[in-house]
Write a protein that binds this ligand. Structure first.
Ligand SMILES: Cc1cc2nc3c(=O)[nH]c(=O)nc-3n(C[C@H](O)[C@H](O)[C@H](O)COP(=O)(O)O)c2cc1C
Length: 323
């Protein structure tokens, strides 16, 4: 049993969080992670409307009586989704944990806190973690450069970013990006984290609602099989390398502007990859930790073995090194 301030804060057994994942963070996966003693998270914007999110939360509540959260990704887009309505759906659902990401969550905090919801803000730099603490979030997740999705523009790997963040805030810090087993978990705890957050590793579990071919590709891929898209646009995104990602990187390197690649990177194409297993149908998100994924366990098997491995390392291997 590994207890931290974070396990106490959100009322979970193991300090392991399944981060929000577009198209993947549905009730099947979130409830499986929560039933296994971790913190499962539904992805708010995977649901097309606030009403659909309310229904998905209700579905998840039927599948688990343990705590789970909802991810609210605040994107700086031209036509933003109705964030206030998504927030209302979350508040009214009785969910007790929210993961915010993408932008400063300050406008959402009063409503969440009034409803007794704990807010974990996920960010990619020390300065944003410090800001998040200042505006009153309850914990921060810090995403290293290794991570799937948006690593930011500073390119600081977790080995430096995590302890720097721990040195700079007093709220619990969750380590994110590049973690896939008990070794990564023990290392994160050693660096001062009070929990770990994983995306890619959870995609390759039995309960993840994505096509089996995608999970098998995660097992087959190495740590080198990701691409960074949108670097020249300063909106970097780490994705699984495939024919489309290579084409988009080449186009942007040659000076293409976003409108020229818009169709290739459309979210609906990524959704098709997950639904059909056609790995080149579009862009799909995955991190460097692919190189450490060797199998497709259930969420419960994964959590059990990670905790056992982390405990063995802490109590066994590390202790024995001390002469
Ligand atoms: C398929 C996929 C979709 C993701 N979508 C989101 C998202 O919508 N919002 C978000 O905040 N993070 C998203 N993430 C990032 C994860 O929540 C998490 O921060 C990241 O995966 C951690 O790095 P790891 O993959 O190395 O564990 C996504 C990750 C994956 C793999």
């Amino acid at each position: 049993m590994i207890r931290t301030r974070f396990t106490e804060l959100v009322g979970i057994e193991h300090p392991i969080v399944q981060g929000g994942m577009q198209w993947v963070g549905r009730a099947e996966l979130a409830s499986a992670v929560s039933n296994a003693g971790g913190l499962g998270i539904l992805t708010g914007l995977t649901q097309p409307t606030p009403e659909a999110l309310a229904a998905e939360i209700a579905r998840c509540q039927e599948m688990t009586d343990k705590p789970f959260g909802v991810n609210l990704t605040i994107l700086p887009t031209i036509n933003p989704p109705p964030y206030d309505e998504y927030r209302r759906a979350i508040v009214e659902s009785g969910v007790k944990v929210v993961e915010t990401a993408g932008n400063n969550p300050v406008n959402h905090l009063p409503d969440f806190h009034e409803a007794g919801i704990k807010v974990v803000h996920k960010c990619t730099s020390v300065r944003h973690a410090v800001k998040a603490e200042e505006v009153g979030v309850d914990a921060v997740s810090i995403d290293g450069f290794e991570c799937a999705g948006h690593p930011g523009e500073d390119d600081i790997p977790l080995l430096v970013l995590l302890p720097r963040t721990v040195d700079s805030v007093s709220i619990p810090v969750i380590a994110s990006g590049g973690i896939g087993d008990g070794r990564g978990m023990a290392a994160a705890l050693a660096l001062g984290a009070e929990g770990v957050n994983m995306g890619t590793r959870f995609m390759a579990t039995v309960e993840a609602p994505v096509h089996r071919t995608v999970k098998e590709q995660l097992v087959a891929n190495s740590e080198r099989d990701t691409d960074l898209l949108f670097r020249p646009l300063r909106n970097t995104s780490r994705v699984a390398r495939n024919a489309i990602s290579q084409r988009v990187v080449a186009m942007l390197d040659e000076g293409a502007q976003f409108p020229e690649v818009r169709d290739l990177v459309a979210g609906v194409r990524g959704k098709t990859v997950f639904e059909t297993g056609d790995l080149d149908a579009g862009i799909w998100t995955a991190g460097m930790v692919q190189g450490l994924i060797y199998d497709i366990p259930t969420a419960a098997e994964l959590l059990e073995r990670m905790v056992a491995e982390a405990e063995d390392i802490i109590r066994g291997r590390l202790e024995k090194l001390i002469g």
